[in-house]
Unconditional design. Structure first.
Length: 255
């Protein structure tokens, strides 16, 4: 298909969408998760790949979008109970599929790494009742892939991970690199004192998902899937990937 035809098709989706006027209640995690969603400290504006994609697709289909920021565990509960219409950024798991209907086409690829302090000399010895020196920190409710991690200890949010690493409460933390860097800098942790493992612990696709409590969830998934296909064939999508340093899921699958 020629680029002009792709762009024309996407513009037609945008124009046709103005016939609708419904507002969808969307949600993102309360803590910034770069490069998918984060607040610009200078402007106070919500930015990120998942934000741009959700807004673009909703607009192309004629929906207004009201985005809420919720603690991640509450986001999952709200999606399950139908208090929100969709989550703009979510990994697929069998448990989530019971209450969430995922759009067929993922947004982009996310990668989780174990991140460690470069200087391990200050790691305290193991004490009774405390975590072992090889403990890895993560965030409660997050999905870290199919690999088992017996030494994984969960904390409330991404903001805590640089602090527990700095205080040597764990040997490492699981995070994507842009998210850890963002929260580490805000906590005053310099980039040159931590390092990510050479290979990711887990890489996987990020999706949008609608609450199965909506009677029209299948129709919404079908509409947003078609809109996603059209959008990903447009030059605007490639520009978005480059802006946020992301890759298409197909690029990873063909490596």
């Amino acid at each position: 298909m020629r680029p002009a035809q792709v762009l024309c098709g996407f513009v037609l989706l945008l124009l046709a969408g103005y016939l609708r006027a419904e507002t969808l209640i969307a949600a993102l995690g309360a803590d910034d998760y770069a490069p998918f969603y984060f607040t610009d400290v200078e402007t106070g504006e919500l930015q990120g790949a998942s934000v741009d994609i959700c807004l673009t697709l909703a607009s192309s289909l004629g929906y207004r979008l009201e985005i809420q920021r919720l603690p991640f565990a509450r986001l999952l509960t709200s999606l399950e109970e139908g208090e929100i219409d969709l989550a703009c950024n979510l990994y697929i798991t069998p448990e989530r599929q019971e209450y969430a209907h995922f759009v067929d086409i993922p947004q982009a690829l996310d990668e989780m790494y174990i991140i460690r302090m470069k200087d391990h000399s200050a790691m305290p010895p193991e004490k009774p009742g405390e975590h072992t020196p090889d403990t890895i920190g993560g965030v409660r409710g997050y999905y870290y892939g199919p690999r088992e991690a017996d030494n994984l200890v969960l904390y409330n949010d991404d903001r805590q991970l640089p602090l527990i690493l700095l205080n040597h409460r764990v040997a490492g933390v699981l995070s994507n690199i842009p998210t850890f860097r963002l929260h580490a800098r805000r906590a005053g942790l310099d980039d040159d004192v931590w390092v990510a493992d050479p290979e990711p612990w887990f890489r996987g696709p990020i999706y949008m998902a609608f609450s199965r409590q909506r009677a029209d969830n299948a129709q919404l998934v079908g509409d947003f899937t078609r809109a996603m296909i059209s959008y990903q064939a447009s030059p605007e999508y490639q520009t978005l990937l480059e802006r946020y340093g992301l890759r298409r899921v197909t690029d990873w699958k063909t490596e």
